[in-house]
Design a protein around this ligand. Structure first.
Ligand code: NOJ
Length: 598
């Protein structure tokens, strides 16, 4: 079935089914299994108003779909082997045609590029590698002309150590910026021992000694990314002004890098031991340390509410904030509302990435997210980004599973984010640690390669940042034939590329297109409530409903490698991951969206 057919079936069936739906919410409560969740959730007394209020246009962010672009790797138009803003502009038609409504671009402002833009040396200008301000303004115009939105990274927690503020701050103990970063005296007789045992999120020690100040400097990530001191009101104002600068340029919102790290325990209490060596998506731990005292402080939740007020100064259209934080849902949801005050619109839920691709694990995950992020909160599941193993590799190279995951992601509640290239199945490209350009790879280059190869999670982030595969020309159309791409092109680009997949009706790319459009055109799929159909779920099957204004859809996923009997008598299939769908049974890893007549 092509998209036009899907739409046609959808419209007719919607009419045919409307008499079932006439009773709105009554219908829901009388026909659903009593073991459904989400509707029954109890709202906290201090629940914020803003998330649920406003005109539909103000709520654009709730129904949007986001495509993340790593600008270095997307499309190079000037032959230097590095992607650029002009390249993004040239590919907007592609993204619009796929149906994406928002793009998130990783940082492109001035930076020494040691962490490829997440180390900013000037917040107000564009890195010449990517373009200049007029080109950026053109990008905003081009997006808005298409009724699309732009969000990008606001790196508030730290700057580069080459930022003028830091250079000044590090130069002495009594300069005007002396207190803009976190400086502490060392311990021990000569003060040469770090102030405490804190580790940074990247695994290294959190403290670096600076002889000019005879003091230690704190970094939550890598030593060249010093943390700003948010106890200093001047710092806060300066960074809020950075946000205003970009909002004035028409940016529609921000992805807040490492928002969990804004404040640290002022008493510098030691971090406790943890049993974990590797970092986890659940809690903030690394190298046997629980980063309890340098991350996720109460003041960081309050900070989210202050930032909300700044962003709310711009309300036409409403701008959004999405935070990056690991940690237990119970804790990180406080970024969205804290002590009765509005905070971020959404917080990334990283647990999704490491949840086993199994029906029971996914059901549990949905239950947890629905419990902690009931409507009107919006759970935002992460399946990939520029730091993590590519989706298709995580799924063992299976296109069927990749389609099923896409079906799940675009039909469950929350804002779906796609990392560039996952829509065609770009795999992890193995690049030895020793050749890594990524700062994390460089930091860990002493690790034996065989250990790194055995881990599902990448240590060398170059492996998920290799260039986009546009066609089968040399360099996969990412850059000119004679240019040298900054990272290697995936070896199988002749089989896996946009041009080829657009021409194949049943490709992964065309499935993405169908499911994105279906979500866009079906209110229940982008703003309905979610109810798990527990009575139909088992080891192989995950089933849930999306419901809105009397419309009800069932999503049925066979997450097993065997055929299973279709547990519902329902022929109203709107979309299937498999082009030859049989009514009576689901094929291995088949997923369906159905108009629910139950
Ligand atoms: C998280 C970003 O996703 C990552 O790429 C970056 O290196 C760190 N924050 C530090 O900014």
């Amino acid at each position: 079935m092509n998209l036009h057919q899907i739409r046609a079936v959808y419209k007719t069936q919607r009419k045919e089914n409307s008499f079932h739906n006439i009773q709105g919410n009554n219908y829901i409560s009388t026909t659903l299994s009593p073991r459904t969740c989400s509707r029954n959730m109890v709202m906290p007394a201090d629940f914020p108003e803003f998330i649920s209020s406003g005109t539909p246009d103000m709520e654009w962010w709730k129904k949007t779909t986001v495509y993340q672009i790593y600008p270095r790797s997307f499309c190079d138009t000037n032959g230097d082997g590095i992607g650029d803003i002009q390249g993004i502009i040239e590919k907007l038609d592609y993204l619009e045609d796929l149906g994406y409504e928002t793009i998130w671009i990783s940082p492109f402002t001035q930076s020494p590029q040691r962490d490829f833009g997440y180390d900013i040396s000037d917040y107000h200008s564009i890195s010449p590698q990517y373009g200049d301000m007029p080109l950026f303004e053109k990008l905003v115009q081009e997006l808005h002309r298409r009724n699309m939105k732009l969000i990008f990274d606001l790196v508030l927690n730290h700057t580069s150590n080459e930022h003028a503020w830091f250079k000044e701050s590090a130069s002495s103990r009594d300069n005007p910026k002396a207190d803009w970063y976190i400086w502490k005296d060392g311990k021990g007789k000569n003060g040469t021992k770090p102030p405490n045992n804190w580790r940074a999120m990247a695994g290294n020690r959190a403290w670096t000694y600076y002889p000019a100040r005879k003091q230690f400097n704190y970094t939550a990530f890598l030593p060249f990314q010093p943390d700003l001191n948010y106890h200093n009101p001047e710092v806060k104002q300066a960074m809020f002004d950075v946000a205003r600068f970009w909002l004035n340029k028409g940016v529609d919102g921000f992805r807040l890098d490492i928002i969990s790290a804004i404040y640290e325990d002022p008493d510098l209490r030691r971090n406790p031991l943890s049993l974990r060596l590797a970092p986890s998506d659940k809690s903030l731990t690394i190298f046997f340390q629980n980063l309890k005292n340098n991350f996720l402080q109460e003041k960081s939740f309050e900070f989210a509410t202050e930032l909300r007020s700044v962003v709310d100064e711009f309300d036409n259209p409403r701008r959004i904030l999405i935070g990056e934080s690991h940690g237990e849902e119970e804790l990180i949801k406080q970024f969205c509302y804290n002590n009765g005050r509005n905070g971020l619109n959404a917080i990334f839920l990283f647990k999704a990435i490491s949840t086993p691709f199994k029906a029971e694990s996914y059901r549990e995950m949905l239950m947890t997210f629905e419990k902690h992020f009931p409507e009107p909160l919006v759970p935002t599941l992460v399946f990939a980004n520029h730091d993590r193993t590519r989706v298709i590799t995580r799924l063992g190279g299976s296109i069927e599973k990749a389609k099923l995951l896409a079906l799940f992601q675009f039909t469950c509640r929350g804002i779906p984010f796609t990392y560039f290239g996952d829509e065609i199945g770009i795999p992890r490209v193995r690049i030895p640690l020793k050749q890594g350009k990524d700062a994390i790879a460089i930091q860990h280059k002493w690790l034996p390669q065989f250990l790194v190869d055995r881990s599902v999670e990448i240590l060398n982030r170059d492996e998920c940042r290799t260039p986009m595969l546009w066609n089968e020309n040399p360099n996969a159309g990412f850059c000119a034939v004679l240019a040298s791409p900054w990272l290697p092109i995936a070896g199988n680009f002749k089989e896996i590329n946009v041009e080829k997949q657009l021409a194949e009706p049943h490709s992964l790319l065309n499935f993405y297109k169908k499911v994105i459009h279906l979500r866009k055109e079906t209110p229940a799929l982008h703003n309905g409530s979610l109810e798990i159909a527990h009575d139909l779920c088992n080891k192989k099957i995950l089933a849930y409903y999306r419901i809105s204004n009397g419309e009800k859809y069932m999503i049925l996923l066979n997450m097993s490698p065997s055929r299973v009997r279709n547990p519902v008598n329902n022929a109203n299939i709107l979309l299937s991951t498999h082009h030859q769908s049989e009514e009576s049974q689901l094929q291995p890893f088949e997923g369906r969206v159905m108009i629910s007549g139950r």
